[in-house]
Write a protein that binds this ligand. Structure first.
Ligand SMILES: Nc1ncnc2c1ncn2[C@@H]1O[C@H](COP(=O)(O)OP(=O)(O)OP(=O)(O)O)[C@@H](O)[C@H]1O
Length: 358
C-alpha cells in the first residue's frame, strides 16, 4: 500500500501536520533539528507501531502532550485503507485498521510493508544478532503466510518452557512444550532458509553495483547445531536447566554476513557496511515485490550523509526503477536529483511545521 494522506499529532516537535505524499518520491528537506526524522518516525509508527529510534514512548510523544496520534490513508487494489495509532505515556498502544480496533501490530505491518535506512544502519552488520534476525523475519513475514502463526506458537511454547526451567521443573514436564517448539520451530526455520536462499543472489547482484571490490555471502544460522531440533532440545536440557532458560533454537537464529570467509564486520569499513545494508535492503524489496506483486514503503533518513555523490546517484537511479514509495530526508534537496522519477514531491520542514513545495 502507498500512503496518500498522513496526519501526525504530537510526535516530538511535530504538533499537527498533514501531508499528501507522492506515490513515488517524497523529499523531506529542512535544517538540523527541524523535525524531518520525526516525520519518518511517524510513518514508522503507522507501519510497525513504534519508532525506529527508541522503544520508549515517552521520548517520542511531544513533551507538552500525553499521547501521540498518527493516521494514514492509502490505496491498494482499488481499496482505500485507513490506519491509526495512538501511543500514550500512560495507556496501552491503540491501533485501528479500517475503523476496527485491533490487537498487535501485525495488521498494520501487513497493510504497510516498510523498511528504513538510517545513518546508524551499519549496526545491522556490526551490531548484535537480533537486528539480522529481524531482517530475515521482515521478509519471511511478508512472503510466507503461515510464518506469523508459527512464530506465535513457538514463542508461547518457549515462554512456557522457560518458566518451567526457572522453577526447576522435571524433564517430563518440559517435553510437552519441546514437542510444540520442535514442530513450529522447524517450520519457522524452513521458511527462513527459503527466504535467505532467495535473497542471497540478489544481495550479490546489488553488492556488485554498489561495492564492486567486496564480495559478501549470506547464510542462515539456525540457532542450534546440525542435529534435528527436538534432539538438540533434549540434549541441551541439562545446560538449559543450569541457565534457567532455553539457550538454543530459532529464537537465537541469525543472518550470517561474511566476506573473505570472515564475519563482514571484522573486514570492511563503516562506509562499506552502510553500502552492504543498502544492498541487503534493496534485495529485500526485490524479493518482496517478486513474491507478492505489491509495493512497499522505504524510509531513508539523511541520504546524502550516507553516500558519496556517485553512489548516491547510482542508488537513486536504482530506486527510481522499483515500485516503491520513498520518503527521504536531507538538509539539502539539491543533492537528491528527482529528474529520473516519474513523479515526486518536496516537503519543507521548519520548527516542526511542514509545507509542500512544488
Ligand atoms: N519529545 C519531544 N517533544 C518535543 N520536542 C522534541 C521531543 N523530542 C525531540 N524534540 C525536538 O525535535 C527536534 C528533533 O527533530 P528531528 O530529530 O526530527 O530533526 P531533524 O530535522 O531530523 O534533525 P537532523 O537533521 O539534525 O537529524 C529537536 O528540535 C528536538 O529538540
Amino acid at each position: 500500500m502507498k500512503l496518500t494522506r498522513l496526519q501526525v499529532r504530537h510526535v516530538r516537535i511535530l504538533d499537527d501536520v498533514t501531508i499528501q505524499p507522492d506515490a513515488r518520491l517524497n523529499i523531506i528537506e529542512g535544517a538540523n533539528a527541524s523535525g524531518k526524522t520525526s516525520l519518518l518516525e511517524a510513518i514508522h509508527i503507522l507501519a510497525q507501531g513504534r519508532s525506529f529510534r527508541t522503544r520508549k514512548t515517552r521520548e517520542v510523544v511531544n513533551r507538552d502532550a500525553d499521547a501521540l496520534l498518527v493516521f494514514g490513508e492509502g490505496r491498494e487494489n482499488e481499496f482505500t485503507h485507513r490506519l491509526g495509532v495512538k501511543k500514550s505515556n500512560r495507556e496501552k498502544t491503540e491501533i485501528h485498521v479500517d475503523r476496527q480496533r485491533v490487537q498487535g501490530v501485525s495488521a498494520l505491518a501487513v497493510l504497510l510493508p516498510l523498511l528504513v535506512i538510517t545513518p546508524e544502519s551499519h549496526a545491522l552488520v556490526s551490531g548484535g544478532p537480533s537486528r539480522r534476525r529481524a531482517l530475515v523475519d521482515w521478509g519471511v513475514f511478508h512472503v510466507e503466510q503461515t510464518f506469523h502463526r508459527h512464530w506465535l506458537t513457538y514463542e508461547r511454547a518457549l515462554r512456557q518452557r522457560n518458566a518451567l526451567l526457572k522453577q526447576g521443573a522435571s524433564s517430563a514436564s518440559l517435553v510437552v512444550w519441546e514437542r510444540e517448539m520442535a514442530v513450529s520451530g522447524n517450520e519457522i526455520t524452513a521458511q527462513r532458509k527459503r527466504y535467505v536462499d532467495t535473497l542471497a543472489p540478489r544481495v550479490e547482484q546489488y553488492m556488485k553495483t554498489l561495492l564492486q571490490d567486496v564480495k559478501i555471502t549470506i547464510g542462515l544460522k539456525t540457532g542450534w547445531g546440525n542435529e534435528p531440533f527436538h534432539e538438540a532440545l533434549r540434549t541441551g536440557r541439562e545446560k538449559d536447566e543450569r541457565f534457567g532458560y532455553t539457550t538454543l533454537g530459532p529464537h537465537r537464529a541469525e543472518l550470517e554476513i561474511r566476506t573473505e570467509g570472515r564475519p563482514a564486520s571484522e573486514v570492511v569499513s563503516r562506509g562499506q557496511q552502510k553500502l552492504m545494508v543498502m544492498a541487503l535492503r534493496l534485495a529485500q524489496l526485490d524479493v518482496f515485490q517478486a513474491a507478492t506483486g505489491r509495493s512497499a514503503v522505504l524510509l531513508i533518513d539523511d541520504l546524502p550523509a550516507e553516500l558519496d555523490h556517485k553512489k548516491r546517484d547510482m542508488l537513486l537511479a536504482q530506486l527510481s526503477q522499483m515500485d516503491l514509495q520513498i520518503f527521504v530526508t536531507t538538509t539539502d534537496a539539491a543533492l537528491i536529483g528527482s529528474e529520473t522519477w516519474s513523479s515526486s514531491k518536496m516537503f519543507h520542514v521548519e520548527h516542526g511545521r511542514v509545507s509542500s513545495r512544488c
